[in-house]
Design a protein. Sequence first.
Length: 360
Amino acid sequence: MSSKTSSDMRWHSVDCHKDGLLRHPRDAEAWKKFDFTFPEFSQDPRNVRLALASDGFNPFGHMSANHSIWPVVLIPYNTPPWVCMKQSNFILSMIIPGKRMPGNDIDVYLQPLIDELKELWDGVQTFDALSTETFKMRAALMWTISDFPGYGILSGWSTYDGYSSNISRCVDVKQRRLSGLKIHDFHILMQQLLPIALRNALHGLVSAVIADLSSFFRQLCSKVLNPMDLDNLQNQIILTLCHLEMIFPPSFFTVMVHLVVHLVDEVRRGGPVHYRWMYPIERFLGHLKSFVRNMAQPEGSIAEGYMADEILTFCSRYFEDVETRMNRPRRVDDKTNDVGYHEKETMFPKNWQISSGFIF
């Protein structure tokens, strides 16, 4: 309905950056394999590629409340990088109510959404404001986004048995857990170890290997990746894990540590990491939490607040010569240059120096 939105939905097809580098999911193997498998779908760039994300959160301010709401979010990937992962691009398709997490019953809750996705696969008549014509728009679900516990619920794979994921079944990797800790705690454990190592609070050998691990994640999470460099990253992480095995006890090597080996292959298939991680989703859940006004009916508050926010966003796309959140200048320019990185001149004055992560 908006010519700007209609133009953005064609970006993945008309963008000139097609030099073999990974800047967007459209440059990855999964997108290209899908185009090859369904050529009639890819012929029209207006057809929508979707990701589905879901996670549970406590809608109340205090963590002791026994309540878990699961919003289900759809993310269109047709749009350019500076739009794709913005909250204004997220579609809250449904809310799975609390008080408890859905568990295996999530299939029952998702059935209406699955029926709608099947209808979208067949196509629905949609108006295109850019060409001022009606066309048959189709949509396809490419993948899901979730953290590791949510992955077990969405996919149906057990995250507590000997083989804790679909990926780890390729090898005989048994899950070992430290006493008293849950799977999600290992994220916290790694997040605590990395900054400690960078402060030289650990032994020199430990600090060196964790610094290598930090370097691996920093390179893996770049906004632009060269597929030729992924082989070096794959070899780097294998050597790093071998060095870890020489330092840490066997109980440290849980399934979460093993899955790091597969991250490079995931980048090859899906594209840059920041299109499939949970950080934007977690921020969106925090935004939904701010809508809760009625503690007795938090789901209704979230639905009403999201609808009001969505209506304001929809209307603001049509205002011209009026500053709205859709067209106001940003503090940091999200658009990238030819090599895909931000222009440094727009971020720091020329007389500033960047050294060891600090600005002088």
